[in-house]
Structures are given as structure tokens and as C-alpha cells.
Write a protein that binds this ligand. Structure first.
Ligand code: SAH
Length: 454
């Protein structure tokens, strides 16, 4: 006898209360969690249970009993299959409310932080075509080269002709690269057999400068039909300023390998955010939504409350974007980042903007910052902008020892933000306020910036 309240093939009526990380409706049936793709919070539906596990199961929508007033028709043709977006069926107001709840829930449940001032999400007026970059895996299907995004919860590639959250130029250049690749007969990479040549196509545009970079990731040292790519691409798109090849010979999900060669044009493309200019290399991290990045960085600057003489550390600095914003108003800025090419870019960017009060060092933040501290570098303000897994524990401990008067935490994952804020609070800091910024409309991702003081 099982005590599980629902069984496979049961048909039941449920009310959705939440969304899962991949955008499925979440319903509770006598404490048992059911994930049903398509359901939105507040909606009621008849569903059929298709799979059960201990503690949770999956269902399929049969029919809606009540729909949300925030439900809209998803405009993308492949929305139901593609894993790129999760919530196109929720209108912007609904997305903002949901992301607000995502942040407050994480702070409460995972950080035990109840009475924190969380501001309404800062959203985009036109939440489409915002991505300045697309990274599409290549594969072969029935003898044809395809390239697109991974299907939800799998490594099955959905062939994509047009992506509504990607910049139009990036979208068109991807299609042209695909056309040349198909026409030349270059062999697509096969993840299972680890054979083939072309693995990924990456296209990035500097939205303010219109400069485009194309990166072709290959499994092999040689890129066959290299001449065709470097002739035909810039001929059709004069905005293309750089074409690079990156070599990744490993059996891995990581997109880039260690070796990058510039095949044609410049080593970097340029972009600007506000009044600051940036040069960007093929492998460097650069925020994907420049319009909202500006909003985010302005908020980070406001929270840093710089008077002009402070020493500031920017941890996880990438190509120095936040560091250079801070340097305009601080005494001295130290930036640290793990990718050496990004640090090279950061140094170039400091020069490009004629900012001399910034020092960059490549290495893990959790090692470099404790070293700086030993050498006597003591920050008045620390800014952190870690990847999704959050800050390393050793870095948080160093912050607690260093005791900067203020920490500005820029986060792309509310769960690790909440976890790390708890550590800082236990060490004597107080979270003053949190500002969520929607950098990734139509998706479940949410960015937030927090101001923390001693
Ligand atoms: N602040 C930058 C980058 C943020 S993304 C911007 O806004 O553009 C996070 C960055 O952290 C990435 O550039 C990544 O390469 C870097 N990173 C990841 N792990 C790291 C670590 N342990 N130490 C330092 N940097 C790290």
C-alpha cells in the first residue's frame, strides 16, 4: 500500500500556486507537488498525472477551469518546445509580480530575511529583441545541419530560424552562418559520438556601436571553408568587425575551449553603457541585456554611495564594467575576475576610458581578495557580482574580516543571494534594501541588487 495521494493516470482538478524553475505550473495535492507545464499561478485546471516520483510528480493539462487574467498568447512559434524562454504566456505585469515574489520568497525562506525592503521590479518597456548575444549549438538531423536552442530539460536541439528575445541583427547573422555551413557541407558536431567539426555559433553585437562579432567553435584545429566564412559574412553584413574561431576538443557541455584565433578583423568589438566604452573579446562575459544593464549598474552606483575618495573592490568584475563605472566616482578601484582574457579586456577598457585609478588582477576572487587584504588593501566598499552559484564562502569570510562599511551585491540568482546575505547578516551586516531588475524578460531568470551595511 502506498500513501502517495496521486497515482499515474489519475485525472484531477488542481489550482496552480507557483511556477517551477523551468516555468511549469506548480500545484499541491494534499501536500504532494505536481508540476504541470502550461499552468500559471491562480489558474485552475483538469490535469492527468503522467509520472510520479516520491514527493512529486508530473501532469499534463487536459482543460482549464479558470484562467489567469495575466495569460497571453505566446508570440513565438517554438515556445512550447524551446528551452530558451519559459514564461512568454505570462504578460509583463504578471512576470514582474512573479519575479518580485521569487526574490521575496528566496529572502524569506532561504535567508530567513523577513522585513527587508524589496522594491517593485524594474522592467523593460519593450521586453523583446533585447539579447545582444546568441550562442547556438549545432547538430545534424536526418542528414541536415541544424542549429538552435536546447529543448526544455534535454540536449535535443530545436532548429531555430528566428528568436524573439534576440537582437534582429544577431538573429540574421546566425541564419547567414547556418546558410554557409549548410551550403559548404561542413560536418556538424555530434555530442554522442564526439565526432564532427562545428560545435557552436556565437554572435554578439555592441548595441550602441552596431559592431558584430562571430565566433565559430570547432572540435578540430582546422575550420574547413574558413575562406568562405571570412569572405561571405562581412560582404553581406558590413557590421561584422571580427570573426574568430575557438577550439574545443573536449567531451563537455562547456561551450568554449582554451584556444581562440582571430580569423578576420579585430580582436574585440566595442560597445558603450552610459558614458563608458567597452572592448569585448570572444570569451569574455558581457551582460546580455545592455538596456537593463545600465539600469542595474546605475542602481549599484547609487547603493555604493560614493563620495569620491573611497577604496572599492569589485569582485567577479568580468571585463571591468562595474569597476569602471565605480572608478568615475571613487578614489581607487580593485577588480578581480577568473577569466584572464576578461582581465586583459578590463585593462584595455580602463585605458580606453582614461581611468587610471583602477587595478585589475586575474584569479579566483576567494584567493585574490584575501591576498590583497594581507597586503594591506582594505576596501571601504565591496561590490560582488558572482555567477549563479553565488559567492565563495572564503570570500564572504574575508569580507567579514575586512569590514567594509558597505557591500553592494549584484545577483543573478535570488536563492544564492539569500544564502549569502544570511552569512553577512550573521556576521554583523544589515540588508538595507533590494532592487530586482528584469534583465531577462520571458524567462525565469531574475537579477537583483542589494545594499548591505555594517
Ligand atoms: N560584473 C561583470 C561580470 C559578472 S558575471 C559584469 O557585470 O559584466 C560573473 C563573472 O564572474 C564572470 O565574468 C565569471 O567569469 C567570473 N567568475 C566566476 N567564478 C569566479 C571566481 N571564483 N572568481 C572570480 N571571478 C569569477
Amino acid at each position: 500500500m502506498t500513501t502517495q495521494p496521486v497515482q499515474k493516470n489519475d485525472t484531477l482538478e488542481v489550482t496552480f500556486t507557483d511556477l517551477s524553475h523551468d516555468g511549469a505550473g506548480v500545484a499541491k495535492v494534499k501536500g504532494y507537488t505536481l508540476f504541470v507545464p502550461g499552468g500559471l499561478p491562480g489558474e485552475a485546471a483538469e490535469v492527468k498525472v503522467i509520472k510520479t516520483k516520491k514527493g512529486y510528480g508530473f501532469g499534463k493539462l487536459i482543460k482549464f477551469i479558470e484562467t489567469s487574467e495575466d495569460r497571453v498568447e505566446p508570440p513565438c512559434e517554438i515556445f512550447d518546445r524551446c528551452g530558451g524562454c519559459q514564461i512568454q504566456h505570462l504578460n509583463p505585469k504578471g512576470q514582474a509580480q512573479f519575479k518580485y515574489k521569487m526574490v521575496t520568497d528566496a529572502l524569506e525562506r532561504l535567508g530567513g530575511l523577513k522585513e527587508i525592503k524589496v522594491h517593485p521590479v524594474l522592467t523593460m518597456d519593450h521586453p523583446w529583441a533585447y539579447r545582444n548575444k546568441a550562442s547556438v549549438p549545432v547538430a545534424s538531423r536526418e542528414g541536415e545541419l541544424i542549429a538552435g536552442f536546447y529543448q526544455k530539460r534535454s540536449h535535443f536541439i530545436i532548429d531555430m530560424d528566428h528568436c524573439l528575445i534576440t537582437d534582429d541583427t544577431v538573429d540574421e547573422v546566425i541564419q547567414e552562418v547556418k546558410r554557409i555551413a549548410k551550403d559548404s557541407g561542413i560536418e556538424p558536431y555530434n555530442e554522442e559520438t564526439h565526432k564532427g567539426i562545428l560545435r557552436h555559433i556565437i554572435v554578439r553585437v555592441g548595441k550602441q556601436t552596431d559592431e558584430v562579432m562571430v565566433v565559430l567553435v570547432t572540435k578540430t584545429d582546422e575550420l574547413p571553408f574558413r575562406k568562405r566564412f571570412i569572405k561571405e559574412l562581412p560582404e553581406k553584413f558590413p557590421q561584422i568587425k571580427s570573426i574568430a574561431q575557438n577550439i574545443n576538443k573536449k567531451r563537455t557541455n562547456t561551450i568554449f575551449g582554451n584556444e581562440t584565433r582571430i580569423l578576420w578583423g579585430k580582436e574585440t568589438i566595442l560597445d558603450t553603457i552610459g558614458s563608458v566604452k567597452f572592448a569585448i573579446s570572444p570569451r569574455s562575459f558581457y551582460q546580455v541585456n545592455p538596456e537593463q544593464t545600465r539600469v542595474l549598474y546605475e542602481k549599484a552606483m547609487e547603493y555604493a554611495e560614493l563620495a569620491g575618495k573611497e577604496t572599492v573592490i569589485d569582485a567577479y568584475c568580468g571585463i571591468g564594467t562595474i569597476s569602471l563605472f565605480l572608478a568615475q566616482k571613487a578614489g581607487q578601484v580593485y577588480g578581480v575576475e577568473i577569466v584572464p582574457e576578461a582581465i586583459e579586456d578590463a585593462r584595455k577598457n580602463a585605458e580606453l576610458n582614461e581611468l587610471t585609478n583602477v587595478t585589475f588582477e586575474a584569479g579566483p576572487a576567494e584567493e585574490v581578495i584575501p591576498n590583497w587584504y594581507k597586503q594591506g588593501i582594505k576596501a571601504d566598499i565591496v561590490v560582488v557580482d558572482p555567477p549563479r552559484k553565488g559567492c565563495d564562502e572564503a570570500l564572504l569570510q574575508t569580507i567579514l574580516e575586512m569590514k567594509p562599511k558597505r557591500v553592494v551585491y549584484v545577483s543573478c540568482n535570488p536563492a544564492t543571494l539569500a544564502r549569502d546575505l544570511r552569512v553577512l547578516e550573521d556576521g554583523g551586516y544589515k540588508t538595507i534594501e533590494v532592487q530586482p531588475v528584469d534583465m531577462f524578460p520571458q524567462t525565469m531568470h531574475c537579477e537583483a541588487v542589494a545594499k548591505i551595511e555594517l
